[in-house]
Design a binder for this molecule. Structure first.
Ligand SMILES: [Zn+2]
Length: 223
C-alpha cells in the first residue's frame, strides 16, 4: 500500500463517526481492486508468502471491525477464522481463488490461443498455476452450481466456454458466502494443525484442543 493511500485508509478506519458497514465496504472495495491486483496470476503461494498475505489482509479487517489487539480486551479477541466468519468477510485465500477463476474465464471468453495452449501443455504438471486452478474448481463445485465431470483442463475449458460470464458471476456470488470462506488456512496447514489433544476443564467439563485454549476458556469463565 503506498503512503498516501495508507493515510487515507487510516483516516477512514480510525474515524469513530464512520459507520462500521461503510468501513467494511471501503476495505472490501480496496482488496477486490488495487489490494490484490493481478493475484489471479499467482499459483498457490507457499506458507511464508501466504502468512504475509493473510496477516496483511486480516490486519485491515481487524482495524475496520475494531477487533484488534491494541483496542480490545484480550479475552474478546477473535481468531482469524472467527473474524472472517462473524463479519461475513472474504478470506485471503478466497481473494486469490476468485481472481484466478475470473482470469481463466476471461482467457476462455476471449479465446486467447497462446494462453490456452500453455494451459493444455501444463495440464499434467503437479504444481503451478494449472494445478491451483483445478483446486479452485473443486472449491467452486462446493457451491453446487458448477458440475465438472473431471477436473482436467479440456473439461474445464469446455465447461466455461459455453458461458464464461456465468462462471464469473458464480465465482463472485460464491466468494461472498460464509461457506466459501471456511478454510481460511488451507494454504498454511501448519498454522492450524489438527489437534489430537483434548484437555478437560475441571470446572464445567468443557473439552479444549490445546492448553492455551483451555487457559483462555478458564480465564473467560473466571470473569
Ligand atoms: Zn470450564
Amino acid at each position: 500500500m503506498c503512503r498516501g493511500l495508507y493515510y487515507a485508509f487510516s483516516k477512514v478506519l480510525n474515524n469513530p463517526t464512520v459507520l462500521f458497514r461503510r468501513k467494511l465496504a471501503v476495505v472490501k472495495a480496496y482488496l477486490l481492486t488495487g489490494g490484490t491486483y493481478h493475484c489471479g496470476r499467482w499459483s498457490e503461494p507457499n506458507k511464508t508468502i501466504f502468512s504475509k498475505l493473510n496477516h496483511a489482509v486480516l490486519k485491515i479487517y481487524r482495524s475496520a471491525v475494531g477487533n484488534a489487539f491494541f483496542k480490545k480486551d484480550i479475552s474478546e479477541l477473535l481468531c482469524d477464522k472467527d473474524v472472517v466468519y462473524e463479519y461475513n468477510l472474504i478470506a485471503p485465500v478466497t481473494l486469490i481463488r476468485s481472481s484466478r477463476l475470473q482470469l481463466f474465464s476471461r482467457m476462455v471468453g476471449k479465446n486467447v490461443h497462446l494462453l490456452l495452449d500453455t494451459l493444455f501443455h501444463c495440464s499434467n504438471v503437479s504444481g503451478g498455476w494449472v494445478s491451483a486452478l483445478k483446486k479452485d474448481f473443486q472449491w467452486l463445485s462446493m457451491s453446487g452450481k458448477i458440475i465438472v465431470p473431471t477436473y482436467e483442463v479440456d473439461q474445464l475449458v469446455q465447461c466455461v466456454a459455453t458461458n464464461p460470464r456465468a462462471l464469473s458471476n458464480q465465482v463472485r456470488r460464491f466468494s461472498l458466502s460464509p461457506f466459501a470462506n471456511l478454510d481460511l488456512l488451507r494454504n498454511a496447514p501448519s498454522l492450524s494443525p489438527n489437534s489430537n489433544v483434548s484437555l478437560c476443564c475441571n470446572v464445567c467439563g468443557s473439552v479444549q484442543p490445546s492448553l492455551q485454549q483451555l487457559r483462555l476458556h478458564m480465564l473467560k469463565k473466571a470473569w
